[in-house]
Design a protein. Structure first.
Length: 295
């Protein structure tokens, strides 16, 4: 227990039950609430991502993702011990990359296919003696892709970080605020299922549009819709619920703050998707139309 008495402020421990500071405490129970203290568990992080050098980066990531989706308490309990913001931010960036890469490949493929099938202008403008505005249109066509991908990456970064603004109420110590903010980044794990959700949605819509589902028995059609829509709806709902739980357990805030985040977070997500993910490419397209109209 001697190492517990020599902890710095950044390594200060808190009771997992009531949040009482355990600095200088040697008892087996919390003096505030009487909770039995497991000192070995309290002083060692239970987040697999923290131990990625020992267990492997991929295994640590997926184990941590499982915790964020199914056992938010294991993540929230980390507020009682030192939490490295750098680890949490690396987990966030890993999540963003895992989502961005498959979506970027899909967008690039669809975009190239769309240009090839809809018009030969963008591909052959440089092979002929075309006017300058035609070549400008070709450049603008191809520039839409990097603009869209940049908007997608920026959208994912903001989606996985906006929840952190709710995790530092002034009613708790600064040390605990910093830990809660760091842990909030682990709550972004639900975003990792976005490619699966979008893929399931596209598959169901595609099968419906092609008339494939109409030729199937009603039971099979209903099952496809139920499974497909479940993959679309459940990940964000699960992430939303776990984020609310994480807020309550890490900050021990009241119902009002939890309710405020419960209402605000989906609105913020929708706003970020509309403004960043859709708004930036739309603004670029508008600028292109204006520029070409002035030819």
């Amino acid at each position: 227990m001697s190492e517990t008495l020599q902890m710095s402020a950044g390594e200060e421990l808190f009771c997992p039950q009531c949040g009482y500071s355990l600095r200088g405490i040697q008892s087996e129970r919390c003096p505030e609430c009487g909770h039995v203290l497991n000192w070995e568990r309290i002083t060692q992080s239970q987040i697999p991502w923290v131990h990625r050098k020992q267990i492997g980066r991929w295994r640590a990531y997926w184990r941590t993702l499982k915790l964020t989706m199914l056992d938010s308490r294991a993540i929230s309990d980390e507020v009682q011990r030192a939490v490295k913001l750098e680890d949490a931010l690396k987990f966030r960036r890993m999540t963003v990359r895992l989502v961005f890469v498959p979506l970027a490949i899909a967008i690039a493929g669809l975009y190239a296919w769309g240009l090839w099938t809809s018009s030969e202008l963008s591909f052959r403008a440089w092979d002929r003696d075309e006017p300058g505005w035609v070549k400008l249109a070709a450049v603008m066509d191809w520039a839409m892709l990097p603009v869209s991908l940049a908007a997608l990456y920026l959208m994912l970064l903001t989606l996985t970080g906006v929840q952190s603004y709710f995790f530092h109420p002034r009613s708790i110590p600064v040390v605990r605020q910093n830990r809660a903010v760091a842990l909030s980044y682990y709550g972004c794990g639900a975003v990792a299922w976005l490619p699966v959700s979008l893929g399931a949605f596209a598959l169901v819509i595609g099968l419906t549009a092609a008339g494939t589902l109409r030729r199937m028995p009603l039971v099979v059609t209903a099952l496809v819709w139920i499974v497909g829509m479940s993959l679309v709806v459940l990940p964000p709902i699960c992430g939303w619920v776990n984020m609310i739980r994480l807020l309550g357990k890490t900050t021990q805030c009241g119902r009002v703050r939890q309710l405020a985040m419960a209402v605000s977070l989906p609105l913020l997500w929708a706003a970020l998707i509309a403004i960043v993910g859709i708004g930036i490419p739309a603004a670029y397209a508008f600028v292109c139309l204006v520029a070409l109209s002035l030819k």
